[in-house]
Design a protein around this ligand. Structure first.
Ligand SMILES: *Cc1c(COP(=O)(O)O)cnc(C)c1O
Length: 422
């Protein structure tokens, strides 16, 4: 396998795009591969290499690349025009379906990205409660905006420090952090900052660390504690939505937050975000209320058409049952391989999410950080040379799609076997 053309393109890109890329995670050392096309479970790069894709654009492509039903829906929409700046009937249709699936969502707004969705959800929480502080979970990712780009300070209950230059200290001080799966720490923060916290935002399953799974009862206890302390609970289901179940993690675990953010899958591979929740909260969003949110591309007809088609296929073909069963089988096989070749490692996952951790199964961000990150990256490179594109970091989740056939999975397992050895 050679990557000459990609290497040359990256040389040009480095002078034009910071780090040579349009989003940091794509800056794979020494250079990323440049994709020429995608179909089903595969990407083909500009050097003609075919790669089995488990990155799947970091989540949205649950049907695989270039799914015919999604393509058809998009083409039909394009023929009618693609951006109106007026309401379209698609909004009502998709909103109805989402509200029907998500117990927490009475009303919602369509935005263009998951980042916008969480930014708006936090504004709603603050606007509705009149409080400034929010709590997030360490290692939780909610997009690249100021309130969310905060890492934990030292210790479990300290104030956040900015994760990026350019985030005002005045903003960072309003983002508190707690470790995942740690109810004591949460209770302590809720007590310490009693009366000052608008909301707690969290990924029900930490998807941007691995995945890291909730201990039994954890999410329900978080629900109970936040209610007890009069703090709004926001589930960021940008990854888990339409994946753990059609009704997301909240349906899967039977825990209903006050607000929910969605994205990724529900755009069918086109830009989308959704924030929604209880009627009394969402009725405070402009123009119904005084909490402002707006966007030229909100409810983009192409994204909604693609999302609608994706949801149709997911429902009609019971895709999640099938993909989740395939992922169960894959995780089981991976566990056997890992036990055999590197017994200190672990295989973690749920539904269509999986990861081989180069260390014991993590239960929070701090324990995930103890994995052999450098070892993982050289394993990632070996897998790429074998034609398998995993996510390029120990801390990004790998995904399975409906297009990954048993043969494709079998070939992948063989690659795991030969590359986990060294
Ligand atoms: C990807 C992601 C986001 C951000 O979504 P974008 O569409 O990339 O802005 C927010 N929250 C979670 C949990 C995500 O995984």
């Amino acid at each position: 396998m050679h990557f000459e053309s990609s290497s040359k393109l990256f040389e040009q890109a480095r002078g034009l795009l910071p780090g040579g890329v349009s989003s940091p995670v794509r800056a794979i050392s020494p250079h990323p591969f440049y994709t020429a096309r995608g179909e089903g479970p595969y990407l083909w790069d500009v050097d003609g290499n075919r790669l089995i894709d488990y990155c799947l654009a970091y989540g949205p492509m649950i049907l695989g690349h270039r799914h015919p039903a999604v393509m058809q829906a998009v083409i039909e929409q394009l023929q009618k025009g693609w951006l109106y700046g007026t309401p379209s009937e698609l909004e009502i249709g998709l909103a109805k379906r989402i509200a029907g699936l998500y117990p927490s969502i009475d009303m919602l707004r369509f935005v263009s990205t998951g980042t916008e969705a969480t930014m708006a959800a936090l504004r709603v929480a603050r606007g509705a409660t009149g409080k400034d502080k929010i709590i997030k979970v360490e290692g939780g990712f909610h997009g690249a905006h100021d309130s969310a780009l905060i890492k934990a300070g030292s210790g479990a209950t300290t104030l956040g420090i900015p994760d990026s230059r350019g985030v005002p200290a005045d903003t960072a001080k309003n983002t508190l952090q707690v470790p995942y799966n740690d109810l004591e720490a949460l209770e302590q923060v809720l007590r310490t900052f009693s009366g000052q916290v608008a909301g707690l935002i969290m990924e029900p399953v930490l998807g941007n660390v691995g995945p890291v799974l909730p201990h039994p009862g954890y999410l329900q206890a978080v629900r109970d504690l936040t209610r007890e302390h009069d703090v709004l609970l926001i589930f960021d289901e940008v990854i888990t939505g339409f994946r753990l179940s059609l009704g997301g993690a909240q349906k899967y675990y039977g825990v209903t937050p006050d607000m929910t953010t969605l994205g990724k899958i529900i755009g069918g591979g086109f830009p989308v975000g959704v924030f929604g929740g209880r009627r009394d909260l969402m009725e405070q969003v402009a123009p119904a209320g005084a909490i402002y949110q707006a966007g030229t591309f909100n409810g983009s007809p192409v994204s909604l058409a693609a999302g609608m088609a994706t949801l149709d296929v997911l429902e009609r073909e019971k895709i999640l049952d099938r993909v989740n069963a395939a992922a169960d089988g894959m995780r089981k096989a991976l566990r056997d391989i890992v036990e055999d070749l590197c017994p200190g490692y672990s295989v973690v996952g749920i539904a269509s999410m999986f990861k081989v951790f180069f260390g014991p199964e993590p239960h929070d961000y701090a324990s995930a950080l103890r994995c052999d990150k450098a070892g993982y990256f050289s394993f990632f490179r070996r897998m790429l040379e074998s034609g398998v594109f995993l996510t390029p970091s120990q801390y990004e989740t790998d995904f399975l799609s409906a297009a990954h056939t048993p043969e494709v999975i079998e070939a992948t397992l063989e690659a795991f076997k030969s590359n986990l050895k060294n």
